[in-house]
Ligand binder design. Structure first.
Ligand code: F6P
Length: 341
């Protein structure tokens, strides 16, 4: 078989490990041939491919980013769609596609699969917000990076007796904020799932300050304080028409400073959380998912994605997997909140 692989949507650490796992197992166990589509669905729509022999994936499991490039291209736009793509695949002799991506990528993969294309998916998001899999690769690395950064903010905050706010990624779900905040022993964690008023945040900051601590607050980019209707966005829309988030920490900092009298600084970690080498956990998870994706292709499990269930890799249909957000459960937030202030 000849199999095409693509990485689509926002990148995250571990993408290359998935590619390596799939290609290496596909070549050594099944004798398959591989190509890579460049820049996600763009490469599929424009039939822009590179060969992926064994030498192309040598040593890439520990590399950040993706050797194939990525984009937020919708395969149904710009002259795409199932007919055009099928014609490209027939002409190039490609039998099946492995699509590595998040909700948007997998939703497009489902539509193409429903139209008869042979596609399997590998879920990806640093936000860890896909319900059908216990963890997504990239999340562990993002939490490590955020935790280290927040630890650093703590020491400078303590030196200057300031309140420090760290903003992390998390559009719909606050998993990175919850885990990094808990790991770094934050005095408050603010996530999209929980509407919290500024007075409560101020109370937590004052509580820490009254014990001689520099208040440390971790906020997810998608957090909506009680006085706001929707997440803070000042950067327009992304290619999928979603508001680009980022900047809620800058909004909160002057409010907290004015109400507490504590000098307050905000730091937005942004894409630093998605760059660089994957953690060992993410390399292992991504490699296993890539290997399992090849088994799905061999078994003809079209329209499914691989998923981590406990410690085992399983597969679930796109229909079952999509549209279900894995939000931080109330009990997990309450557990963390016992230690705030
Ligand atoms: O979906 C993952 C994510 O990292 C979100 O947390 C964030 O809002 C978004 O991607 C950023 O996307 P971009 O790289 O297009 O700015």
């Amino acid at each position: 078989m000849k199999i095409g692989i693509l990485t689509s949507g926002g990148d995250c650490p571990g993408l290359n490990a998935v590619i390596r796992g799939a290609v290496l197992k596909g070549i050594t166990v099944y004798g398959h041939e591989f190509v890579g589509f460049l820049d996600g669905w763009r490469g599929v729509v424009e039939a822009d491919i590179i060969d992926l022999p064994r030498t192309a994936i040598r040593g890439i499991a520990k590399q950040g980013g993706t050797i194939l490039g990525t984009s937020r291209t919708n395969p149904f736009d710009n002259g795409g769609g199932p007919e055009v793509i099928k014609a490209h695949l027939d002409r190039l002799g490609i039998d099946a596609i492995i699509a590595i991506g998040g909700e948007g990528t997998l939703a497009a993969a489902k539509r193409l699969s429903d139209a008869g294309l042979k596609i399997v998916g590998v879920p990806k998001t640093v936000d860890n917000d896909l319900d059908a899999t216990d963890y997504t690769f990239g999340f562990d690395t993002a939490v490590q990076i955020a935790t280290e950064a927040i630890d650093r903010l703590r020491t400078t905050g303590e030196s200057h007796h300031r309140c420090m706010i760290a903003e992390v990624m998390g559009r719909h779900a606050g998993w990175i904020a919850l885990h990094a905040g808990m790991a770094a022993c934050a005095h408050a964690i603010l996530i999209p799932e929980q509407k919290i008023g500024i007075e409560q945040i101020v109370q937590w900051a004052k509580g820490a300050h009254s014990r001689g601590r520099a208040p440390l607050i971790v906020v997810a980019e998608g957090f909506v304080p009680e006085h706001m209707e929707s997440p803070h966005s000042e950067r327009g829309l992304d290619a999928f028409g979603r508001p680009r988030l980022g900047g809620i920490a800058d909004q909160l900092a002057p409010e907290i400073e004015a109400r507490t009298g504590i000098e307050t600084r905000a730091t937005i970690l942004g894409h630093i959380q998605r760059g660089g080498v994957p953690s060992a956990f993410d390399r292992v998870l991504a490699t296993r998912l890539g290997m399992a994706a090849i088994d799905s292709v061999v078994d003809g499990c079209w329209g499914t994605m691989v998923a981590l269930k406990g410690t085992e890799i399983d597969h679930v249909s796109f229909a079952e997997a999509l549209g279900k957000l894995k939000a931080v459960p109330q009990r997990r937030y309450e557990e963390a909140a016992l230690l705030f202030g």
